[in-house]
Design a binder for this molecule. Structure first.
Ligand SMILES: Cc1cc2nc3c(=O)[nH]c(=O)nc-3n(C[C@H](O)[C@H](O)[C@H](O)COP(=O)(O)OP(=O)(O)OC[C@H]3O[C@@H](n4cnc5c(N)ncnc54)[C@H](O)[C@@H]3O)c2cc1C
Length: 375
């Protein structure tokens, strides 16, 4: 006999949302995480995450993003916390590159409002941003950033208010399916449930075992610089930014506090077997970021105020995995968020809850299924 309707392993970005949606649906939920709540050891820390709808990666994500926006808004209302800041997002790059055509395609197919700008217009509006003369820019006003830790905390608090039981600082050692029930062994004991959601972030490979889906963990870095010139603050109207450069993708956020402008490299990253407790420094990554700043945000300068490590967990096609386990229909997997998943975690929690309860989702998610990896 199962003690719980559902257990959620991992209470980071996706798992905190899954616990919340399962509890709101009336399930008796147990959530377990190996670390204290809202910790800096996984993938959901560092103050800010970009959220946008005109998705250059794949138009198929847009319906999920529309729902994600609704759910973030609902979470703001229920938790009485500001989570989303609508700063606008400026994307710059070659007209025949990946980002600009992708943004325009998503906007056209889904009727999203974006405005195309020449680089001269960009520099008139935001003298702190430099682009190459032969690039184009697109501004999406209905975009900005989420306060990443506050989002996770709000999902956890609302899950508890909806009667979920959350246990932190308890590691899951193993899980197995016994008939209709799932048994989870932690370093504190054994728990049984009818359903299991695994949302282990960069630890997913070891939690999932062999499911035929390679998940590569990349060590990434986020940097904050105290700007040397004015105009880079959110209160100045400075937007989030994303550049496709000949040296890869770079992005960042307006200055929101004393730490200054946050900048990071979306491309690259060090391949590692799994998370380690040290964040590490990467001189090459930092010098690439500073070269980017020098070229494209020259008034920011190089006064580094803070630096944090983080992890991407990347699938081969850089799309997420949101599906039932291939061998166990009682087990839901949310993994491989591939360095662009935080903005979706509100809707991923809802989808995970639907998969656990009904075995299917109300939104189209077949492009995120495990079956796509079978050749
Ligand atoms: C530097 C950086 C910048 C990013 N920028 C953006 C952005 O701008 N926009 C965007 O949308 N996305 C962005 N992302 C991606 C996004 O942050 C991640 O995709 C998302 O946070 C991943 O959430 P998760 O729930 O999969 O992992 P996590 O939040 O890491 O959660 C996994 C949880 O599982 C727990 N766990 C694992 N194993 C066990 C176990 N055995 N027992 C118990 N608990 C366990 C962990 O302790 C952890 O809390 C960025 C990522 C990084 C690293």
């Amino acid at each position: 006999m199962a003690n719980w309707d559902a257990i959620v392993i991992g209470l980071g970005g996706a798992g905190s949302a899954a616990a919340y949606h399962l509890a709101r649906s009336g399930c008796r939920v147990l959530g377990i995480d190996q670390y204290p709540a809202v910790h800096p050891f996984g993938s959901s820390h560092g103050k800010t995450r970009i959220i946008r709808q005109a998705y250059f990666e794949d138009v198929a994500y847009v319906p999920l993003l529309r729902r994600a926006y609704e759910l973030w808004n609902q979470l703001e209302q229920s938790s009485e916390q500001k989570l989303y800041h609508r700063t606008g997002l400026i994307e710059l790059g070659p007209a025949n590159g990946v980002v600009i055509p992708g943004v325009l395609r998503s906007a056209a197919e889904h009727g999203l409002e974006v405005q195309q700008l020449s680089i001269a217009e960009v520099q008139r509006r935001w003298p702190g941003i430099v682009g190459r003369e032969d690039w184009l820019a697109v501004i999406e006003q209905n975009a900005g950033y989420l306060n990443v830790e506050a989002c996770v905390r709000s999902h956890l608090q609302q899950a508890e208010l909806a009667s979920a039981t959350l246990r932190h600082a308890q590691a899951v050692r193993s899980w197995r399916v016994d008939g209709n029930a799932v048994t989870v062994t932690t370093d504190h004991g054994v728990e049984c449930a009818g359903r299991l959601v695994i949302a282990g972030g960069p630890w997913s490979a070891s939690l999932l075992g062999p499911i035929g889906v390679p998940l590569q963990v990349l060590r990434k870095h986020q940097y904050w610089y105290s700007p040397e010139q004015s105009g880079y603050r959110q209160s100045d109207g400075f937007p989030c930014f994303f550049h496709e450069t000949p040296n890869g993708y770079y992005y960042g956020f307006p200055s929101i506090d004393d730490a200054g402008v946050k900048v990071a490299r979306h491309s690259g990253g060090t391949k590692i077997a799994g998370p380690t407790l040290e964040g590490g420094v990467d001189d090459e990554d930092r010098s690439l970021v500073e070269r980017f700043v020098d070229n494209y945000l020259p008034g920011v300068g190089s006064r580094l105020t803070a630096q944090l490590g983080c992890y991407y967990t990347v699938t081969k096609d850089e799309n997420f995995i949101v599906d039932l386990h291939p061998d166990h229909e009682q087990v839901v997997i949310v993994a491989g968020l591939s360095g662009h998943g935080f903005k979706f975690t509100s809707v991923l929690g809802e989808l995970a809850s639907q998969l656990a309860i009904d075995g299917s989702t109300t939104l189209e998610t077949s492009f995120l299924g495990i079956g796509r990896f079978k050749s």
